[in-house]
Write a protein that binds this ligand. Structure first.
Ligand code: GLU
Length: 470
């Protein structure tokens, strides 16, 4: 059984924040591991010491944490594994699959020019192959690639891709400063971490034949490779900043739910019939590599927004409290889980596309002083509505209970006595209570705000009208 255990990995290079494409790669690997009841490994590929930063590492952790993508092993840091890489270089040198090369940059430049002049690709000509050079200053280690034959990548997404070996260079596996290169360390890591499934962006397809050759030289079984088409922007060029925010955490700031964001990400490349909405559990249940498509996903902000609205509407309100609270905090309101805040959310979850928008629409519940939208006040808070508001104040004041049924009765009584329709009374009341012409249902708001706040807001509206008409 242990042999069939699926082990996937996510190996970001910490040279910036976690971006949309990276998060999708992480998600596919995570979902595959979770679906197959396998393991998911996190590895930080920080061999590029100049471009890797602690800030990026922290940002990647924070984004994975927000997305609730958890890992079973790691995080491993390549920067802590140089001894292991060294051991594997020695192995390849010993078996003759690698050799030292001391060609100078000028010499290499000439070599490339010569190859191009002969109509070929700019490549290393293998001059140091048989020299038997030892380590020394300025020596690099090169892999001895086969000169003939083909290397076939059996890609689970793209099918077979055939590479001519004579097009593959004797690529460098250790630079002259002793640091190992990407293609080499990734293979050593994937072998030593028992990774058997590699799902990554198809910008890595060209690296894969080199990696396959390294696996063979190290007598290790190949993992299953699957290269996912890139994510594109609306103009079908590769997704970049021009198309909107790239950083995953920017979506948290904008008020997206992590489950909605995951749902959107997975659909950028994977499908399940024409179903669009998936919960996290459903994704784990339904995700299979065979449903990853061959055409690139196009990032569409409007679709993402619509999915976010659908998730906000579906999540039980008590689970939204903690997600909403930072957005209310930004307006100065510190909320704690309570039946009150849950009722507030219930009135807004079907009408909010983001948590940020939900917090803005919820502010009237928390404010001490309601300020009126000018246009709304001019149109609806006029002397003509004074009698009905005053009557409503009296009727509400006399109520013992403040539930929807009682409130309906109170409004009916006012309608009967004034001969006005509900809309004529409700709209000024809405503005008195919320400051705006659009809000959740009037009875819901009144019930949640409670008697004291409702009466005081209605009285304030009466004062406002009287002052204006003086
Ligand atoms: N560190 C590489 C990247 O971020 C990983 C590529 C791979 O999955 O092998 O692109």
């Amino acid at each position: 059984m242990e042999n069939n255990l699926i082990i996937t990995r996510f190996p970001p290079s910490p040279t910036g924040y976690l971006h949309v494409g990276g998060a999708r790669t992480a998600l596919f690997n995570w979902l595959h591991a979770r679906h197959m009841k396998g393991k998911f490994i996190l590895r930080i590929e920080d061999t590029d010491r100049l471009r890797s930063t602690q800030e990026s590492i922290d940002a990647i952790f924070e984004a994975l944490d927000w997305l609730e993508i958890d890992w079973d092993k790691g995080p491993f840091f390549q920067s802590e594994r140089f001894d292991i890489y060294r051991k594997y270089v020695e192995k390849l040198l010993d078996s003759g699959d690698a050799y030292y090369c001391t060609c100078s940059p000028e010499k290499l430049k000439k070599m490339r020019e010569k190859a191009m002049a002969a109509g070929g690709k700019p490549r290393y000509d293998g001059i140091c192959r048989e020299k038997g050079l030892g380590s020394g200053e300025d020596a690099v280690v090169r892999f001895r690639s086969p000169r003939t034959g083909t290397t076939v990548l059996q890609d689970t997404i793209k099918g077979n891709i055939v590479f001519q070996n004579n097009e593959l260079d004797d690529f460098i596996i250790t630079r002259s400063d002793g640091t190992p290169t990407y293609n080499f360390v990734v293979v050593v890591d994937d072998i030593t971490m028992n990774i058997n499934t590699v799902i990554r962006g198809d910008d890595h397809v060209m690296n894969t034949p080199k990696q396959i050759l390294l696996y063979r030289a190290l007598n290790s079984p190949l993992p299953a490779f699957g290269h996912v088409p890139m994510v594109l922007g609306s103009d079908r060029t590769r997704l970049s900043k021009r198309h909107g925010a790239m950083s995953v955490l920017a979506y948290r700031e904008m008020g997206y739910l992590p489950d909605a964001f995951l749902n959107y990400l997975v659909r950028l490349g994977w499908s399940y019939g024409d179903q669009e909405f998936f919960t996290r559990d459903e994704l784990i249940e339904k995700f299979t590599l065979s449903n990853i498509g061959q055409s690139p996903g196009v990032f569409d902000q409007e679709k993402l927004l619509a999915l976010n609205a659908a998730h906000i509407k579906t999540v039980p309100p008590n689970r939204l409290v903690n997600r909403l609270s930072p957005f209310l905090k930004a307006h100065g309101y510190d909320i704690q889980p309570s039946p009150f805040i849950e009722s507030v959310i219930k009135t807004l979850n079907a009408r909010s596309k983001t948590l940020k928008a939900m917090a803005e629409s919820a502010l009237f519940y928390f404010k001490d002083e309601i300020s009126y939208d000018d246009k709304a006040a001019n149109k609806f808070l006029r002397p003509g509505v004074l009698p009905s508001i005053q009557l409503l104040i009296q009727t509400l004041q006399a109520l013992d209970r403040f539930e929807e049924k009682d409130l309906e009765g109170a409004f009916l009584a006012v309608m009967e006595q004034t001969g006005l329709k509900l809309g004529k009374i409700a709209q000024p009341v809405r503005i008195a209570l919320t400051g705006k012409t659009a809000s959740p249902g009037i009875f819901e708001i009144i019930e949640i705000l409670g008697k004291d706040r409702v009466i005081s807001r209605l009285k304030k509206a009466v004062d406002f009208i009287m002052e204006k008409s003086d």
